[in-house]
Ligand binder design. Sequence first.
Ligand code: GDP
Ligand code: MG
Length: 296
Amino acid sequence: ASSYVGFDSITDQIKHRLVKRGFQFNVMVVGQTGLGKSTMINTIFASHLIDSKGRFEADEPIRQTTEIVTNSHVITENGVKLRLNIVDTPGYGDQINNEGCWDPIVKYIKDQHSLYLRKELTAMRDKYILDTRIHCCLYFINPTGHGLRPVDVIVMKKLSEVVNVVPVIAKADSLTMDERLKFKKRIREELAYHSIKLFPFQSDEYDEDEEKENQMIRDMIPFAVVGSERNVILDGKSVRGRKNRWGVINIEDDKHCEFVYLRNFLTRTHLQDLIETTAQLHYEAFRSKQLLALKD
Ligand code: GDP
Ligand code: MG
């Protein structure tokens, strides 16, 4: 028994430090103006954002984003701190000529990698570096029911080379359940056809359970979601939802839409993997390219 070294407790120490310091999680939203990006963010993190800042009042005027803006929030649940950065991008794809509309977004993502690398090269090795790297990019697809637009294909392709892209069908309530299923399948086929590789990636670092969960996500993508910042009455109960010409939607009911799957994926099952994949895959690719260039 005297040979016990005790390094197993190091995981507790790491956990404790991580919990105290908090997770930094940076989410970006991309897509056409009016697709419900701001609404979706407020729906996912709603009560917290309202609590923490008192903005996002229900009758706040329509917010149109004209430049890349970051909103920071700190959420605490059961002693675990989550530092959340929401990065909102200007709507694009509204013009006839969308050439280069993705450039500022891709540049922003690379700039954060560059910032991190500079800090990493100058800071003490064990010092905490503020992380602004984007861990997840929610890509909003128009609910046309037909397929991806050429601009969607190009932008997702460009983005997927530098960040974890998670596609969602915006305003899924404008499609019937049958239309949604067909649209989802069609989009998955187009993504495969254009070799657009999305998170979660194939990797032998996942164990069997993780791989099962990842496959579930791959089969479900794009999430067909509905967002709402208001409550509606359904069967006498007040629920987060929307009214449309077909009836009342409870967005938290998985028979109505896939909002709960997206929220679960983002804030629970894949939160840590999104952060780790950003560091180990996207940032690492950027970093080794930069360091190689320095050598020449
Ligand atoms: P953004 O420009 O992408 O940020 O879009 P907003 O979040 O500002 O939403 C634009 C409009 O669409 C607002 O009037 C929202 O109430 C509405 N909206 C947002 N999400 C949904 C949705 O899931 N379904 C429907 N039908 N309308 C939505
Ligand atoms: Mg917006």
